[in-house]
Design a protein around this ligand. Structure first.
Ligand code: ATP
Ligand code: MG
Length: 319
């Protein structure tokens, strides 16, 4: 069995009479990327703060790397690295100096710190900017430096609170590649919060959707997409005769796809292999030739909208 890097049971937190986390359960396997997905104010940062021992929960059993966050804060802190929602970079220092400062904070020997800084500057594509003040860095470079600083203590579990918010698509992709590399090459566990469905979809092994302090769904991206209707199998045909024969064989749920060339059928499907095989078997049995076949699942935007009843209108309900 795979060990858990993070487990939380019944995690609760309130500020006054405002319940922020209303009893959430989380399990993150070692060496995986877990994404907590939620709109503004959902409680993402609060969750990260509790898991990283920065604030105390009101209730719940929570362990990181087997250490209880309530009773063994030091044990947890030795294992983790945290990149907060707002960068910890000192703008007056150069990139290299920021890394050296982190080495000192972690009580690393100076020589080790220097070689580690050089290695991290390379890994994070900051060699040219290494000796320039961080105030001259772009948003993407600052985030990369911030991430590099998190790695100085050689953490086994890394918490990233909205690591790409505000970045352009190219910088975002660069961060995604780095995060994947950390997991693949170093075997670390990543707990990541995001408001971006695509980010969770691209990176995460498992995703939990947080809404109003509760986990409203949890699973792989594919599992979440299968939770909601709208998925279908598309089958292209060479001519009308083949399409008509297929429509007859597949029954009334098969419809000609709107907006196409009139030679594509859409059959409702949960996106699973079984429903695909059933369609192929029916076509085979009737000797109907399909030109092409593809499976369309709803994207995470559809999932989020269905689960939470809104796209990103959290602001309005807070106002
Ligand atoms: N120290 C605090 N005192 C009072 N309320 C707080 C405090 N910290 C957070 N909150 C409230 O808790 C709720 C969740 O906040 P949190 O910062 O965890 O959300 P978030 O999901 O990280 O949002 P964002 O996407 O904007 O970063 C919000 O309503 C916020 O106002
Ligand atoms: Mg936040």
């Amino acid at each position: 069995m795979v060990n858990s890097a993070i487990t939380a049971r019944g995690l609760r937190k309130a500020y006054g009479d405002h319940t922020v986390l209303d009893g959430i359960d989380l399990t993150v396997a070692e060496g995986t990327i877990f994404s907590l997905l939620g709109p503004n104010g959902a409680g993402k940062t609060t969750t990260v703060q509790i898991l990283t021992t920065l604030i105390a929960a009101d209730g719940g059993d929570i362990a990181v790397g087997g250490h209880d966050v309530a009773h063994d804060r030091e044990g947890v802190r030795e294992l983790i690295g945290v990149t907060g929602q707002f960068a910890a970079v000192d703008e007056l220092l150069t990139g290299r100096e920021n890394l050296h400062m982190m080495g000192d904070l972690n009580h690393l020997p100076r020589r080790d710190t220097r070689s580690l800084a050089t290695e991290l500057l390379e890994r994070f594509d900051l060699v040219e900017a290494a000796d320039k003040p961080a105030s001259t860095y772009s948003g993407g470079m600052t985030r990369r430096l911030d991430l590099a600083m998190t790695l100085v203590g050689n953490p086994r579990v890394i918490f990233l609170d909205e690591p790409t918010t505000g970045l352009d698509p190219r910088s975002r992709r660069a961060i995604w590649d780095i995060i994947r590399g950390l997991v693949d090459e170093l075997g670390v566990t990543v707990f990541l919060t995001t408001q971006y469905l695509e980010e969770a979809d691209q990176l995460a092994d498992r995703i939990a959707v947080l809404d109003h302090g509760r986990i409203v769904a949890e699973g792989t991206a594919a599992e979440l997409k299968r939770l909601i209707p709208g998925g279908h199998i598309r089958i292209d045909f060479a001519d009308q005769a083949a399409l008509a024969a297929a429509q007859y064989a597949l029954g009334p749920s098969a419809r000609v796809l709107d907006g196409g060339d009139g030679l594509t059928l859409a059959v409702p499907s949960d996106g699973g292999v079984r429903s695909l095989r059933a369609v192929l078997d029916l076509l085979d049995a009737e000797n109907i030739e399909a030109g092409g076949i593809s499976v369309h699942t709803p994207n995470l935007d559809d999932v989020f909208l269905t689960l939470t009843g809104r796209a990103t209108i959290e602001q309005e309900s807070l106002a």
